[in-house]
Design a binder for this molecule. Structure first.
Ligand SMILES: [Zn+2]
Length: 194
C-alpha cells in the first residue's frame, strides 16, 4: 500500500544524522531546517538587487539543485521514468513543500506537475508572472537527470497570480542545445537514494 505523506515524513526523519559540530545531514547531504519565510525573504532581497533578472537566476539555481538531486536518485528496478519522477517528487513533498501532483496524461517525454502549496509564492499575491522560478528550474533539472536530455519547465499557473495551484509544463529542449546537454548528470555512486 502506498505510504502517506506523514509516513514518508517519519521515514525522512529517521534518515537524519547530526555530527559533533551540529552539522545536520539527510542522506549524506547537509541539510538545514528553515522556516519557509526564509525562502520568500531571500526572494524579496534578491529582487531588490536583481529586479527582472531574478527569475532566470532562481531558475538556473533550481535547475542545478534539481540535476544534483535527480542524479543521486536511484530508481527502483523495473520502474519507468514517470514512476521514478513521481517517487522523487513524493520525497520532496515529505520535506514540507506542500502536496505535489503529477498529472497522469502528459505526452511521452514530457511531464506536468502541480504544486498545491508552493512556499515560493506565499507572499506574492497579485504577482503578474509566476513566482516559482526556483521550483520550475528544480523540476526541469531533476527530470532532465532522469531522462538524460535537457528539459525546460514553464510555470503556466501560479498561486501567486490567484490560481488554485501552481502548474509546470516540462518539455524536452529540442535541437543542439538539448543534445549537447544530454550527458547524464554527475552523480556519486556512494550516495544513497534520497
Ligand atoms: Zn507558483
Amino acid at each position: 500500500m502506498a505510504r502517506s505523506v506523514k509516513e514518508r515524513l517519519d521515514a525522512v526523519a529517521k534518515r537524519r544524522a547530526m555530527d559533533e559540530d551540529g552539522v545536520l545531514t539527510l542522506d549524506g547531504l547537509r541539510t538545514v531546517i528553515l522556516p519557509a519565510i526564509v525562502l520568500t525573504s531571500l526572494e524579496d532581497a534578491s529582487e531588490w538587487l536583481l529586479g527582472s533578472d531574478l527569475g532566470p537566476a532562481l531558475y538556473a539555481a533550481g535547475r542545478d539543485v534539481g540535476r544534483d538531486i535527480g542524479g543521486r536518485w536511484k530508481p527502483r528496478e523495473g520502474s519507468s521514468i514517470p514512476e521514478t519522477f513521481a517517487a522523487l517528487l513524493r520525497e520532496i513533498e515529505a520535506r514540507g513543500f506542500g502536496r505535489i501532483e503529477v498529472v497522469a496524461d502528459a505526452a511521452p517525454g514530457t511531464a506536468i506537475v502541480r504544486l498545491h502549496a508552493s512556499p515560493y509564492c506565499d507572499r506574492s499575491e497579485g504577482a503578474r508572472e509566476g513566482a516559482c522560478q526556483f521550483p520550475a528550474g528544480f523540476l526541469a533539472g531533476a527530470f532532465a537527470a532522469l531522462v538524460h536530455h535537457e528539459i525546460e519547465a514553464a510555470e503556466t499557473r501560479c498561486r501567486g497570480m490567484g490560481e488554485a495551484y501552481c502548474e509546470f509544463h516540462l518539455v524536452p529542449v529540442s535541437g543542439e542545445a538539448g543534445v549537447r546537454a544530454s550527458a547524464p548528470a554527475q552523480s556519486s555512486a556512494a550516495s544513497p537514494a534520497l
